[in-house]
Design a protein around this ligand. Structure first.
Ligand code: GUN
Length: 293
């Protein structure tokens, strides 16, 4: 069993990005600039945004976090989005999800200029991904694809079972892995909360992508010997730690790992790859703006 080390892989990608930034600075250009909008005070969202900020620092990007109260109206948020669309000093921006219930998430996503949509959530960018066109690939699927690529894992002709059908992970990763590409060329099955006899699918999987958000869902008897298992889960479960919780993946790691050819740990697998992928998208937006891509 080989651990897919997202921490080490993302560190090496970060170093490559930092070197590119140095190259641009040497030419007298400004730094790439990512802005995150955080609405409300959800603990997990605050942590994610803080991690994104830290990663920006590491690669030499400017970063701004726009913290708005939970009482922010949809109109106020849409006005901020319009302002950032016009702000030439910002290459890309994200709106951390989930948003408070009174705000229509889809409406906000659709207000982002596709050229600054480094999350890749805008329908134009999602459509481009579905068609195999150049686009901002949303960060988690991008991170997963990169990890498979970096470890030289063969995907062609393999059966990949995706657990979860979210717009952020399940759907785009299913699309990418079924595409005529490398990594890609998989036969993909998407399973979800209404799938019957889910274990019948997972047992035939060469690759399992677990993105359900149900801690420990994937058990040893659901996994074929030699499978590749990618765990996207990052649920906070109460625990007697300093913070009062620990992060649990969707896979029962201790029981499943011995059966796998490759498996991602949680934390240290997909998480760091997601963040570095957002940095890559921001660099892509910066380069496109400066006609460098
Ligand atoms: N919430 C959970 N994942 C993400 C993500 O990739 N981007 C944003 N903006 N919000 C999220």
């Amino acid at each position: 069993m080989i651990l897919l080390d997202g921490k080490a892989t993302s560190a090496s990608l970060q170093a490559q990005i930092a070197a590119e930034v140095d190259f641009f600075l040497d030419k007298g250009w400004r730094r790439p600039h990512l802005t995150a909008i955080l609405v409300g005070d959800d603990g997990a969202s605050q942590t994610y945004v803080a991690n994104k900020e830290r990663s920006c620092k590491k690669v030499g990007f400017d970063s701004t976090v726009l913290r708005l109260p939970a009482s922010t109206t949809e109109e106020e948020l849409l006005n901020e989005v319009k302002r950032l669309n016009r702000d030439d000093s910002v290459d890309g921006f994200i709106i951390q999800l989930p948003l408070p219930k009174h705000i229509d998430e889809q409406k906000v996503i659709e207000a982002v200029s596709p050229s600054k949509d480094v999350d890749g959530f805008h329908p134009e960018n999602v459509g481009r991904l579905c068609l195999g066109l150049d686009t901002f690939i949303s960060a988690t699927p991008y991170g997963i694809i990169t990890l498979l690529e970096e470890y030289g894992i063969e995907t062609r002709g393999k059966h990949c079972v995706v657990l979860g059908r979210s717009n952020i992970v399940g759907r785009p990763i299913a699309n990418l892995l079924s595409a005529k590409a490398r990594p890609g060329d998989c036969t993909v099955t998407i399973c979800h909360s209404r799938t019957q006899n889910i274990e019948e699918y997972t047992r035939s999987a060469d690759i399992i992508i677990a993105a359900l958000g149900v801690p420990g869902f994937v058990k040893a008897d659901m996994v074929k010997e030699g499978a590749v298992v990618i765990d996207v889960g990052i649920t906070r479960v109460p625990a007697e730690t300093e913070k009062g919780y620990r992060i649990m993946g969707d896979v029962d790691f201790d029981a499943v790992a011995p059966k796998c050819s490759y498996i991602t740990p949680v934390p240290g697998g997909v998480g760091p790859m997601t963040i570095v992928s957002l940095m890559r998208n921001t660099l892509k937006a910066y380069k496109a703006k400066h006609n460098l891509a």
